[in-house]
Ligand binder design. Structure first.
Ligand code: TYM
Length: 327
């Protein structure tokens, strides 16, 4: 049976980008594959060296994972730092990862620009840690959003390189998984590129109805098209992309036609979009609140998940050590 691995950093709450870029596909995959879904707490140290209460940060994502429908009886749900074997593989992969290729990774360059006072080695070797997360379970599929494509290329490269250097066929090449033809990029509604925590433009699954309405009504628009069938500027295209993601095809078609006839009223579009987002998030929000109250349950879930993940990781590391020459 093919194996699936994916993770999310515990640096805040889950937003619509995380859901539609990643978690939605976790749900699709968990019935058919051997799945490992984790919370990447070590990775978060690359940008948040003083994370505060790690347990609380982790529980936040965990409650949200479970509220979205990730089923711990089907998938191993665990915390990265509970599986120390990952560190050993990270070390081995780093021995065959080169400064030049790591420095060329776009997200490294971006983060180095954003935090010039803290261009640390963890940031540089982010892709080797991510590769270790993935290949330690010999994953075939990795459900991630579009922003992770370069990290996935690096993971494939490190898997191939290990096999080549040691003359083995240990690691399959992990493919990013998305149900749609293209990887998903959920846009920001502030006229910028993607929705993200650090972009400050996120709509969170935990947001209440009033907050969602306020955020959506603030979305950037323009004065409307003057020519029929005009190309949509980015901010407007982003609103339509969001409609496509959360609303029905009929709703999308209705507003698209209005746009094409130059009759669009952005206020109406935003109202509809806000209500459709609320309809989608409110049952998830209720479950998040319920699950968050039950810390015993959450602790049990990650204890069982860590067991399963460690068993799989330990088996791989036994092979890895032997291949490299450690007896
Ligand atoms: P992270 O924590 O930034 O985001 C988690 C997941 O959400 C997706 N995502 C989006 N997808 C579409 N549109 C958006 N606007 C959007 N914003 C976020 C991300 O693509 C990701 O799938 N490096 C990873 C964490 C990680 C990991 C791994 C993932 C560590 N090890 C191993 C897979 C396998 C990250 O920072 O994701």
């Amino acid at each position: 049976m093919e194996t699936v691995v994916s993770g999310i950093r515990p640096t805040g709450n889950l937003h619509l980008g995380n859901y539609f870029g990643a978690v939605k596909n976790f749900l699709r995959l968990q019935d058919e594959y051997k799945c490992f879904f984790f919370i990447a707490d070590w990775h978060s140290l690359t940008t948040h060296p003083k994370p505060g209460d790690v347990t609380a940060n982790v529980r936040k994502i965990l409650a949200e994972y479970l509220a979205c429908g990730i089923n711990p009886d089907k998938a191993a749900v665990y915390v990265q730092s509970d599986v120390k074997e990952i560190l050993e593989l990270y070390l081995f992969l780093n021995m065959n990862a080169y400064l030049g290729e790591l420095q060329r990774v776009t997200s490294f360059k971006e983060k180095a620009r954003k935090q010039p006072e803290n261009v640390n080695a963890g940031l540089l070797t982010y892709p080797t840690l991510m590769a270790a997360d993935i290949i330690i379970h010999k994953a075939n599929k990795v459900p991630v959003g579009k922003d992770q494509e370069q990290n996935m290329e690096m993971a494939r490269k490190f898997a191939r390189r290990f096999n080549m250097i040691y003359g083995v066929d240990l690691f399959p090449e992990p493919e990013s998984y998305h149900f749609t033809a293209e990887a998903v990029k959920v846009p920001g509604l502030d006229g910028s590129g993607k929705m993200g925590k650090s972009e400050g433009n996120a709509i969170y699954l935990i947001d209440d109805a009033a907050t969602i309405r306020k955020k959506v009504m603030k979305a950037v628009t323009d004065s409307g098209p003057v020519e029929p069938n005009s190309v949509k500027p980015e901010a407007i295209e982003n609103l339509f992309t969001m409609l496509k993601i959360v609303s029905s095809q009929d709703t999308y078609d209705y507003f698209n036609e209005k746009y094409n006839n130059c009759e669009i009223r952005y206020g109406d579009l935003k109202k509809q979009l806000a209500e459709d987002i609320i309809q989608f998030t409110s049952p998830i929000r209720e479950r998040i609140l319920e699950i968050s109250a039950d810390t015993d349950y959450m602790d049990k879930v990650v204890a069982v998940g860590a067991e399963k993940a460690r068993e799989s990781a330990a088996a791989t590391m036994k092979e890895v050590r032997k291949i490299i020459g450690f007896k």
